[in-house]
Design a protein around this ligand. Sequence first.
Ligand code: BTN
Length: 265
Amino acid sequence: MKDTTFIEKTLDFSKNLDIDFVKKIIVFDEIPSTNSKAKELARKGEEEGTIVIARIQKKGRGRFDRLWESPEGGLYLSIILRSDCPPNKATILTLVTSLVVSKTINSYDLSSNIKWPNDVRVNGKKIAGILLESEAHENKVEYIILGVGINLNTDANLLSEKIRLISTSLSEEIGNSVDYYNFLKILLFNFDKYYKLFLDKKYDLILKEWKNQSDTLGRRVRINTASEQIIGKAYDIDQSGFLIVIRDSGECKKVASGDSIYIES
Ligand code: BTN
């Protein structure tokens, strides 16, 4: 069912927003994917700080071309950035975003943590995911799209069984429905704070906070990348956000992206 008031309410909310990095909010009721729309707009020159929001996504995209199930009740947004950073630092923005989402959830008196690279989890279940997409030419970033999907007031019955078993929502965890705009405001406010640190190249500080918020380091992990499987101890995160894994052979391996699975030793 189309919710015609969603666009009006969200535009109203955006008028009263006083957050430095937010320049424009573009709202859709239903859309295939906010990341795809943001990418289309960025290619046409849309400015840094433009945010695309949708109430429902019909073809929400997750990492590795997976479907991100996006029924009503969730928060789906994509931020267009054009920060003048080297492409190897853009990946830090994934960590920034997972940190910001996790901290926003924590402000609801709920403990959340991050599973490398970007799964935000509560009680071992996924509550949010982040999809960073970017385009760079000759070592210069043209645009970065930061897509964030959060199960806010998501009714588990609207999800497939496979996803239902491994995910949770904020409303399920706190036992109450959550004010969408209040959450969004805290999220954007927190993003502004950490994005400023990123622009100031305070990478060490960001990584330190990310490590405090993550439960990955020190664990025995299996990482599935596009080309191989890496098993070992998650040892550290490097300056680009890559995970450093020490294999049983003692070999040190840096992993740029992949799915991490915690395993018993
Ligand atoms: C993942 O964990 O696989 C990442 C999921 C990212 C989903 C968000 S929802 C808003 C934005 N638009 C998309 O199509 N995907 C991202």
